[in-house]
Design a protein around this ligand. Structure first.
Ligand SMILES: Cc1ncc(COP(=O)(O)O)c(C=O)c1O
Length: 496
């Protein structure tokens, strides 16, 4: 991480610990994680974490003693308003004297340590997961659909149904039935601004402060953050090579919700087998818990067809199925959908109306055209082939340059792999990433996907990287892995 990156991260960490003290997660007298453990978990250097602790100590929030864990200071009182006012006053010369406070949720949001995308240099090879390549977007069919839609602009520019444009919901109903074997009525479909909005609506409508929510550990941080922001008590449950350890659910007597990625566990990439699916559904039915099934990238199963959804097995009506077009078309479109159990339709529809009335009509109708005229399916077939070829290039490059030193996980599907470095403990991830960075390769640690409340001990698990390939062509992939191997050689095993 460069100097600005380090500074931004330490500020975020400082704010996060302050917020956890303020909301009572860390009570006065409670021990904080060791600097070593926290550094390994977040992918920071230990110096960065030590400096944050020193700052917190000098501001009176924690007490540090050599050789003993740092503890929350007895007099650490939450006072977000005073500090924020002081900060704003300092920044703008005191022009803002307004004394309004943030809400509890606002305070939590302000304290989130969200990973902002860091701009990459032109010659840097970026194994980022998330963005798609602009050149893969189906620009001609999309423009054609948009033009067709605009030609049929209606005389009356009225608000859309908050559940979404009817043509799109009809086309999506057919598409889900054909591609996912998922049957639902058009009324059960809600078009949202990406899955993130679906998660936000679920959190707002289904979670009350303190409600236990089961989440996969490792798991999707953007989901965890949104649930915790609305007051959920997250219960991280371990995942293994088959996904969520449903045998551990017996330890969770009460939960309001479980959030899972059963078709392609994020980030480890496994498929949840049928036995575990049934166990999860039975557990939820017994406890009247909701299950959110995040089906974010099932289009990218390379060897076999995507298996039936959890929702298709659900006889009690507890599964909320969420999907997105962010992985096949573009995350910039902000187009996603929910398949809701019938009794949630009205409340979600009302909440969607209150939030932003509805998703942009033009893009909903254009997507309906793509689904109806077959160009979406053609595009998916094409992009699946492309992504599969990139993945094969990555697996091949890793195998030939890193060989036995690493283990690859999650190659059956998706747009990323997880690569475990057998020789190095997790706490070495920052060194590994920094040395690759010096060679012009951008890599991302797996540590960020462990939930702080359920983290595996960083000293006993190997270092891991999440390597996305959707932005890269084969020669860049090969060159990136070659440089990574060179960086590892230069580091020398004595550094580890
Ligand atoms: C697990 C998971 N769910 C959902 C998404 C897509 O989010 P959105 O539809 O909000 O773009 C992603 C994208 O990275 C993801 O990794």
């Amino acid at each position: 991480m460069d100097e600005n990156g380090q500074r931004g991260s330490s500020r975020a960490l400082y704010d996060e610990i302050r917020a956890r003290i303020a909301d009572g997660t860390y009570r006065p007298g409670a021990a904080l994680p060791s600097t070593r453990a926290l550094a390994a978990e977040r992918g920071f250097s230990r110096t960065t974490v030590s400096l944050v602790y020193e700052q917190l100590a000098s501001d009176g929030f924690i007490e540090t003693r050599a050789g003993a864990p740092s503890r929350v200071a007895a007099g650490a009182v939450p006072d977000a308003r005073t500090d924020r006012d002081a900060q704003i006053s300092a920044e703008d010369g005191g022009a803002h004297r307004h004394a309004g406070r943030l809400s509890v949720i606002g305070t939590r949001v302000a304290a989130l340590a969200l990973h902002e995308p860091v701009p990459t240099a032109a010659d840097e090879i970026d194994f980022v997961y998330g963005p798609l390549a602009g050149r893969d977007f189906p620009i001609l069919p999309w423009l054609k659909a948009l033009r067709a839609v605009e030609r049929q602009r209606s005389a009356r520019l009225a608000y859309e149904d908050p559940r979404g444009n009817l043509d799109l919901r009809k086309a999506l109903q057919t598409h889900l039935s054909q591609s996912r074997g998922l049957s639902c009525s058009v009324d059960q479909l809600l078009i949202v601004n990406g899955s993130q909005q679906a998660l936000d609506l679920c959190a707002r409508l289904l979670i009350s402060p303190g409600d236990p929510v089961v989440a996969e550990n490792l798991g999707y941080q953007m989901a965890h953050h949104v649930f915790e922001t609305y007051g959920a008590k997250l219960l991280p449950i371990d995942v293994d090579s088959h996904g969520l350890r449903t045998d551990l659910l017996a330890q969770v007597p009460r939960a309001q919700m479980a959030y899972v990625t059963p078709t392609h566990q994020f980030p480890l990439g496994s498929f949840l087998p049928i036995g575990r699916r049934r166990a999860l559904l039975a557990w939820a039915a017994e406890r009247d818990a909701w299950i959110i099934e995040d089906d974010y990238d099932s289009e990218y199963r390379y060897s076999v067809r995507p298996e039936p959804t959890l929702r298709s097995l659900d006889s009690s009506g507890c599964v909320i199925h969420v999907g997105t077009f962010s992985k096949t078309l573009s995350p910039q479109l902000r187009l996603g959908y929910m398949v809701l159990p019938p009794r949630l339709v009205d409340v979600f529809s009302a909440a969607k109306r209150l939030t932003d009335r509805h998703v942009t009509t033009g893009s909903q109708r254009a997507l309906a055209v793509l689904l109806e005229d077959g160009s979406y399916d053609r595009h998916v077939r094409r992009i699946r082939r492309l992504q599969h070829a990139r993945q094969a290039a990555l697996v091949q490059a890793i195998t030939s340059h890193l060989g036995e030193r690493v283990e690859i996980q999650g190659a059956a599907s998706g747009l990323h792999l997880v690569v475990w470095f057998r020789e190095f403990a997790a706490e070495k991830e920052p060194i590994l990433i920094e040395s690759a960075r010096q060679k012009g390769v951008r890599l991302y640690p797996v540590s960020q996907f462990f939930h702080p409340a359920g983290r595996a001990d960083a000293s006993i698990r190997p270092a891991g990287l999440v390597m996305g390939y959707a932005l890269l062509e084969r020669d860049q992939i090969e060159e990136g892995v070659r440089r990574l191997a060179a960086a590892l050689r230069e580091l020398g095993s004595d550094r580890f």
